[in-house]
Design a protein around this ligand. Sequence first.
Ligand code: C2E
Ligand code: CA
Ligand code: CA
Length: 399
Amino acid sequence: MDGIADIDILPTLLVVDDEIVQRMIVSRMAEKMGYAAAAVATLEEATMFLRSRDVDVIVLDLSLHDRDGIELLRDIARLRRDPLIVFISGFDERIRETAARLAVALGLRVAGTLAKPLQLDRLLAIIGEAPRVMARAAKNRLASLTPAMLEAAIETGEIQCLFQPKVSLKDRRVVGFEALARWYGPGMGVIGPDTFIPMAERHGLIDRITVKILDSALAQLHVWHAIDPALEMAVNLSPCSLGDLKLPERIGEILHRNQIAASRLVLEVTEGAVMADYISAADILTRLRIRGVGISVDDFGTGHSSLLSLLRLPFGELKIDQSFVRGLLTDPDSTRIVRAVLSLAASMGLHVVAEGIETEAVAQRLTELGTETGQGYLFAPPLGIAAATAFLHGEVSVA
Ligand code: C2E
Ligand code: CA
Ligand code: CA
């Protein structure tokens, strides 16, 4: 894979082309126009890349050695990515048109098609506008979201969840999934939880989202229990919900409705959430625990809570925050923190999950240190139902 920089700030363009010269020309040009450009030569690499991060524009050569670029379109759709696609091909007009039609049928956005040899001015015209247009569209889109739209979205089922596998680090078996919320609004692409969860919390809509996510996650878990009855489902709980004293009963009903044993549900709460209203949180979490529901401390290590008050609560699991996991091989403090968390957890009989594992080297190190469970792009990103089921069946590619 050729170089890539500042991926979080700049719009990203991925070139998929088996000709090195063309890869270089397109990525150089993209960089000049303000993209972070990456280039890959094969479909496998492209799929890998898309599994790990979102891309704003894909410039796709339709004739890659022995395979055709059309397969990648299905992967893009399955991974629920939403890039602008530009086709390049040495084939005739008809093939490019067929590819464009297939892309549209899969719900993908096609920005244009180009013939080989590449007309650079045309490529420039297609992708040159894109960064500005996208930045503007994204800004407008987010600015125009209202609580009323969110409320309607909850009712019409536009809030759905993806499922990220949790695997046993020793043998890489799937032990469960974490449900992560997404908003799929028509014409809006995918809106992430960091955008709409805070709005839901501010406008009293979070409990309805929690119920929807719990209901659909547990219904799906019921289906997956036919494959493996030991699987667990983790659902994130908003700090706002920890003030709702009726929560344990309502969760009990949802478990009952979906025929799921309480011990198969794990609720993830952040340290800060618990500390905001300790008495109410302790009441609710203890009653949930008595029912048999697992309680996990999310983003462990990032809060400023007193360890003591935290450990008096009925937690069964600690999730080491991504920031320590990412720094494991480079930052001595991260290693010390991970070691300390593991020994604390062992002495308290708590289960440990490391999240945000992106490389094999980090997974190895965590395994050596004795971490039981891992989660991260190395294994799989959050997946739709079909891809998650395939992953569960041990099909290596999640696409
Ligand atoms: P979180 O609970 O800490 O979830 C982990 C986040 O890290 C997810 O982002 C996930 O997609 C991402 N992630 C997973 N593996 C990797 C990796 O290897 N590298 C990197 N860089 N990131 C990874 P996502 O889905 O955008 O969720 C963001 C946050 O939104 C979640 O953080 C959670 O706090 C909140 N959230 C998501 N769904 C819900 C929900 O249904 N209810 C509530 N209350 N909060 C939710
Ligand atoms: Ca979580
Ligand atoms: Ca987390």
